[in-house]
Write a protein that binds this ligand. Structure first.
Ligand code: FUB
Ligand code: ZN
Length: 637
């Protein structure tokens, strides 16, 4: 694919100030040590010692999943790996000997746990070594391997040390010998995709084609008939029905109901789907596989046109942690797992390298500032797993979702590697996907971006070309500006025609040239298609990349009685004192009063005028517990 783009690597981009610098520092200074303590207290770190005596537990009776013991979850290794990845990203930006010592301690445990043939998985090795690669459907060995590989790549790139990379490569080499179409090999693939995109990262950092080949095998093998998961269940004499209540194929849960190239609708578990598709786009880019790329685009369209919350969340149902029917987007019971939005972000970022289209960047931004960021409290020490759009006050962040701590370290690793998602380059061209105050050192040019996002739509880009040559800078035109923007180069207005949601400016740039971009940030009213039952007759407010919500703390209880009228004008008001410094939206509304104890009356409820205050969704649940609503009743009153 000649026209493809390449992300500017993390270490060539320095986030220097502003909103994301504050988040990155909070995660680096507070969240990582909080998470390390949790991993220590809850057992993940000790589990790596492969000693049953270190495991706390209660009895569960599932012979293939828990085998009558609690040895920690089957994916605990991935929590450690995600933390390692996040911590390595931090070390890349900031020397921190104490953090480095913790990183080295965990790496040492992985080294000690690894068998001579390269295998490493604390759960399997401690509790059921005989089950190695016998239940790919459930046991998450390849998922854990994937996260280990990703952590190793980032640790190597960040520190130049190859200890963890060696562990990961030995494991990956074992996978290469075990999996494939050859005699004596397993024609299996992961129940939880992740290792595919990890193998692509390993391939890129080592240049070893065999990792790319294994990724291709996993992606192309998946969903073939006869189904591998059925066959391996027979092999291990496991006759229990798998997901019997599932409509259609039970393997849709892990996107293995049919080969990916035949899939037209996104189904099943949301994180699994997004990781698989991200890996598939990586593969398509590398192989120049237009067919696979088109499949991924088709699946992308399905997600964003029928399954995407206004907050950038996906996967509405808790039953399968994933997708149901189109437009089934309940608010109070929204699952919208933080990891699923992270997966969507990763998927979109890959697509952006294939086709420079603003819609991919728009969705990345939507997910990042809303569903993902709401996953962490403003003090960096508490987390949501699911991110509903309505609450009666009982949904609270927790210091550690011990039953399944996948989201907190995932969020930490995303933010600590955010610099790698902001820019792309290719011959003679650089694309700015996200406006984050940062220095970007591309091959041909250095850009110094100062941005007021998410609260101000103004960004200034100072351009320092490495040599005098014509080059094109592409600036994403965010959909939230609704086409209303101004661009100046060295103070003179220019009007580049948008191409697929980007503004290209081609010229011979000189040292000190400056581009100023002013994107309008109107307060927007968002309405859902009528098929979205939960949002009928309701409005959501947004401004710039941020979706807003009403909280009880500002508006009192009984938010169901609150109505926004079509005439109401909302104003953006800066509140440095509130929620870590936020711009809130205020405007007139009305509230139905409850003046009767009768269930039904012949008169409509009386209505009082009120002033409403909406806060950014990512900030909710950082004060006293209370109600919250993104979708508010809408109509004249
Ligand atoms: O299964 C591993 C992770 O745990 C998934 O990605 C999440 O949805 C959670 O179930
Ligand atoms: Zn998660």
């Amino acid at each position: 694919m000649d026209s493809r783009w390449f992300p500017l690597p993390r270490r060539q981009v320095t986030i220097q100030d502003g909103f994301w610098k504050r988040w990155r520092d909070l995660i680096g200074q507070t969240t990582l040590s909080h998470q390390f303590n949790q991993l220590q207290n809850e057992g993940q770190i000790d589990a790596m010692k492969l000693d049953r005596r270190f495991h706390r537990g209660w009895e569960l009776a599932d012979p293939w999943l828990s085998a009558g013991y609690w040895g920690g979850s089957v994916f605990w290794d991935s929590d450690l790996a995600k933390w390692l990845e996040a911590a390595s990203g931090r070390l890349e930006q900031h020397a921190d000997p104490a953090l480095e010592a913790q990183v080295d301690q965990i790496i040492g445990l992985f080294e000690q746990a690894q068998l001579p043939d390269g295998y490493v998985n604390s759960h399997i090795l401690t509790w059921r070594p005989q089950h190695r690669f016998k239940n790919l459907r459930d046991l998450h060995e390849l998922y854990c391997a994937g996260h280990l590989i990703e952590a190793a790549v980032v640790h190597f790139e960040a520190t130049g040390k190859d200890r963890l990379l060696n562990v990961a490569r030995r494991f990956a080499d074992l996978l290469i010998s075990k999996f494939g179409p050859g005699p004596g090999q397993l024609r299996g693939y992961p129940g939880h995709p992740e290792v595919e995109l990890a193998l692509m990262r390993l391939y890129r950092v080592t240049g070893e084609k065999r990792y790319l080949d294994l990724c291709r095998f996993f992606i192309n093998e998946r969903g073939r008939s006869p189904n591998y998961f059925e066959q391996e269940a027979v092999q291990r004499l496991d006759t229990r029905p798998f997901r019997p209540g599932h409509p259609g194929s039970p393997f849709a849960y892990m996107q293995a109901h049919e080969p990916i190239r035949q899939q037209t609708k996104v189904v099943g578990h949301a994180v699994r789907a997004m990781y698989l598709f991200a890996g598939a786009v990586d593969l398509a880019l590398e192989d120049g596989d237009e067919e696979l790329l088109n499949v991924c685009e088709r699946l992308w369209q399905d997600v964003v046109t029928t399954k995407l919350y206004v907050t950038g969340g996906i996967g509405s149902a808790s039953e399968n942690e994933g997708f149901t029917r189109d437009f089934d987007l309940p608010n109070e019971n929204a699952y919208a797992e933080t990891c699923a939005s992270i997966g969507l972000f990763l998927f979109a970022h890959r697509l952006l390298q294939a086709r420079l289209r603003g819609e991919f960047g728009d969705v990345m931004e939507l997910a990042l500032y809303n569903n993902i960021l709401s996953g962490i409290s403003l003090d960096g020490k508490a987390f949501f797993y699911d991110n509903p759009l309505m609450s009666r006050g009982r949904h609270r962040r927790v210091p550690w979702p011990w039953w399944c701590p996948c989201c907190p370290p995932n969020l930490a690793r995303l933010v600590s590697s955010l610099s790698g998602y902001l820019y792309s380059e290719r011959e003679g061209e650089v694309a700015v996907h996200h406006y984050v105050t940062s220095e970007a050192r591309a091959r041909i040019v250095t850009l110094n971006v100062t941005s007021g996002l998410p609260y101000s739509g103004r960004s200034v880009v100072k351009v320092q070309p490495k040599q005098s040559a014509e080059l094109t800078l592409w600036f994403r035109l965010p959909d939230w500006s609704r086409g209303s923007h101004q661009v100046r180069v060295n103070g003179a207005e220019v009007t580049p025609a948008p191409v697929d949601g980007y503004l290209p400016i081609r010229r011979t740039w000189a040292e000190g040239d400056e581009v100023e971009l002013q994107f309008s940030m109107p307060v927007r009213r968002r309405f859902a298609r009528p098929e979205v039952e939960a949002d009928r007759g309701r409005v959501a407010l947004s401004r710039g990349p941020l979706v807003y919500c009403l909280e009880q703390a500002d508006n009192g209880p009984d938010l169901e009685g609150v109505i926004v009228s079509p005439e109401a004008e909302f104003q953006a008001v800066e509140r440095p004192d509130l929620l870590g410094g936020a711009t809130v939206l205020t405007g007139p509304g009305s509230r139905e009063e409850v003046r009767t104890k009768q269930l039904y009356t012949d008169e409509p409820p009386p209505v009082e005028r009120v002033t409403l205050t909406a806060v950014p969704y990512y900030t909710w649940d950082n004060r006293e517990p209370g109600e919250m609503q993104v979708w508010v009743r809408y109509g004249s009153s």
